[in-house]
Design a protein around this ligand. Sequence first.
Ligand SMILES: [Zn+2]
Length: 339
Amino acid sequence: MNEKIKSLVQISLERINNCNSINDLELIKIELLSKNGSFANLMKDLKAIPNDQKPYYGKIINEAKSEVLNVFSQKFSFLNEQALKEKEKSEALDVTLSKKREIGAFNPINIVKKDISDIFIGMGFSLADGPEIELKKYNFDLLNIPDDHPARDLTDTFYITDDLLLRTQTSGVQIRVMEKEKPPIKIICPGKVYRPDDDATHSPMFHQIEGLYVDENVTLKDLKKTLEEFAKLFFDKDTIVRFRPSFFPFTEPSVEVDLSCRMCHGKGCSLCKYTGWLELLGAGVVNPIVLEKAGLDSKKYSGFAFGIGVERAAMIKYGIPDMRLMFDNDIRFIKQFKF
Ligand SMILES: [Zn+2]
């Protein structure tokens, strides 16, 4: 029995000392020191030994096991420390290494917002601003939007209270400016607007650029001239603009403004759904009721207004198929707009 114990200790120590990985050491531990390991089996062998000698051998086996366990623990600490050092070394940051830095790019929404604003500023418009959390009065009532108009529904507007909402359009800024200033008024208001829509061509938050020109004798002709000039500068000089009759409560007459398709130039393709035209924006002559509500004399003054969807303009200009790409912040998408 003595020989057996001695030999097991010797083999165990040899194996532990020669082991160079924590994983292997764990395996050795299971083989030697677990419930069914070599030392436990040695204890089972005691059954065959006369009763009076059992305590003696039991003590010797336990001491041998302790010795092996002790060496095992030391080796385990050593290997563990070594592994940590290796890890630190491999993850160390060499600050002397030069790394190529990526230069960022503007989101197409910002590029388009700036380009459109610059064009209108060049035509004599100035920038105006208004709150994104807006009173119902400015978002609907003063714009002549009837109480039963579907745009006021909970499904089309984010309400905060009965009177307070996230603006659904930048048109409220028109009223705020007309209340404060006397004509001539020539403003654009770029900003965020909110509607509960979310699909490939709608986002719950998107950007509009509102335009308003109020003075004596401003007509639909002035609106057409202004938007034609804008389309040629923003898209290209061959762009044709078409007015289609429409209806908005705040303009009279109202028009939908279409562009000749940039891909097929009017011949018809999948982009323009084979119509040759792309819808760009809504516009019209300011309804005299709106001028009066804002405190302006509608007999003396007239005006035009338009609302450009920034994302829509970006999608048309750059051929972006899904509006949500512009909100994903994926550098691979944004990078394409590095000019
Ligand atoms: Zn087309």
